[in-house]
Design a protein around this ligand. Structure first.
Ligand SMILES: *Cc1c(COP(=O)(O)O)cnc(C)c1O
Length: 397
């Protein structure tokens, strides 16, 4: 008896793949077939490992999350889970939602990624959370900001955009003494430079949209942490709908495969470019934690391992906004793309992009001037980048 077309069309035959493929397949299935009510019950209750519904978990997220967990310390370390999410912001929102209750207080860095500050102050503010912003390089200021209702301390390992490296172990100690969860945004550093959970953090978040995936072709976030947060985080991803898609996870698994090489190359380029920029007459100041002149160079040597100092540089051009515009249009290869961590070197202008919402006096106080340019070094050869910068400076006068 021949099958009817609708039977053929709606139920493709599954195929047993033998031998195993050498790379990870993509599993886009929204739902998996259960064998019995008992099995469904056990799968959904977490008594047996497996998948039922994509929003709760899928093989591509499991594989990627496990790679990230191992990058942040793996077995025998403080890291109990690696959860990937749809964006970096959803990983941060998940961390806050998993830990905090209405009426509690959060202490955050005064130099944070703009959206992160807005998430805490504006969004969670509406849910009854209060917040104090402090300079995280000033330990006394952090201590003074802690109150009896402070339940979270939140910093970036390398702060945006002046690239201050904070003393993670010292801040972890303040959090511990105050029974506050210590959350670190490690996006600029990556686990290749430092693993905050080894230094006393409770939760670590990273935007994988940046250098970790590194190819500028997806949005994703990562949240790693200690055992006590595992269940809340896993349930939160599904309840808040923050799951990353199988295709994006699969792409990121490809991206991460070369992250150790890319990070190394990009950091070496940054060190060389920072040294070169420091000798340019058109540059008033170079902010790079690898330079001895950077105010947090000592922290950077201790926290980042003393060899690589990140791929981000900020430089202050003489001549303000006008000089910034001329410089941007003089560059031929290096493009003005207000993000970071791409294959190619890119630049941004914080005052008109990430920090455009700041009031003029606050921007001045933070050192975010109209002439400030932020460079994200890529993995070209240094000569390619250096030549473009050299030409751009020559065309300034
Ligand atoms: C990009 C970024 C984020 C947000 O990540 P998305 O993937 O863009 O949502 C958070 N923190 C830092 C430091 C970032 O650079």
């Amino acid at each position: 008896m021949s099958e009817k077309p609708d039977e053929i069309c709606t139920r493709p035959q599954s195929v047993r793949v033998f031998p195993e493929p050498s790379t990870l397949p993509i599993y886009p299935a929204a739902v998996y077939e259960c064998q019995s009510t008992g099995q469904a019950d056990q799968l959904l209750g977490g008594e047996i490992e497996g998948f039922v519904y994509q929003r709760d978990g899928h093989p591509n997220a499991t594989v990627l999350g496990e790679m990230c967990r191992r990058l942040h310390g793996g077995d025998g370390s403080a890291v109990a889970f690696g959860q990937v999410t749809s964006t970096g912001m959803s990983a941060l929102a998940l961390a806050l939602a998993a830990v905090l209750e209405t009426g509690q207080h959060v202490v955050i860095s005064h130099q944070m990624y703009g959206r992160s500050t807005r998430l805490v102050v504006e969004e969670f503010g509406r849910w009854g959370l209060s917040c104090t912003e402090v300079d995280m390089t000033d330990l006394d200021a952090i201590r003074a900001a802690m109150t009896s209702s402070t339940r979270m301390l939140m910093v970036e390992t390398i702060a945006n955009p002046l690239l201050d490296v904070v003393d993670l172990p010292a801040i972890a100690e303040i959090a511990r003494q105050n029974k506050a969860t210590f959350l670190v945004d490690n996006t600029f550093a990556t686990p290749m430079l430092t693993r905050p959970l080894d230094l006393g953090a409770d939760l670590v978040m990273e935007s994988m949209s940046k250098i970790l995936n590194g190819h500028g072709d997806l949005m994703m976030g990562l949240l790693c942490g200690r055992e006590q947060y595992r269940d809340r985080v896993r349930d939160g991803v599904s309840s808040w709908g923050m799951t990353a898609s199988p295709f994006d996870c699969w792409l990121a698994t490809r991206g991460i495969a070369t992250a150790h090489l890319r990070v190394e190359r990009a950091c070496e380029n940054a060190m060389q470019l920072a040294n070169w920029l420091a000798g340019q007459p058109g540059v008033q100041q170079v902010h790079y934690p690898g330079l001895a002149s950077h105010p947090t160079h000592q922290n950077a040597c201790r926290i980042l391992g003393g060899r690589l100092f990140g791929n981000m540089i900020s430089l202050e051009l003489r001549g303000g906004r006008e000089a910034a515009d001329r410089f941007i249009s003089n560059l031929q290869r290096v493009r003005f793309c207000p993000s970071l961590g791409e294959i190619a070197t890119t630049i941004s202008h914080p005052r008109s992009t990430s920090h455009r919402g700041l009031k003029p006096e606050k921007a001045r106080e933070m050192g975010i001037t109209d002439g400030l340019i932020r460079v994200s070094c890529g993995i070209e050869s240094f000569d390619t980048i250096g030549e473009d910068f050299e030409n751009a400076f020559s065309a300034m006068d």
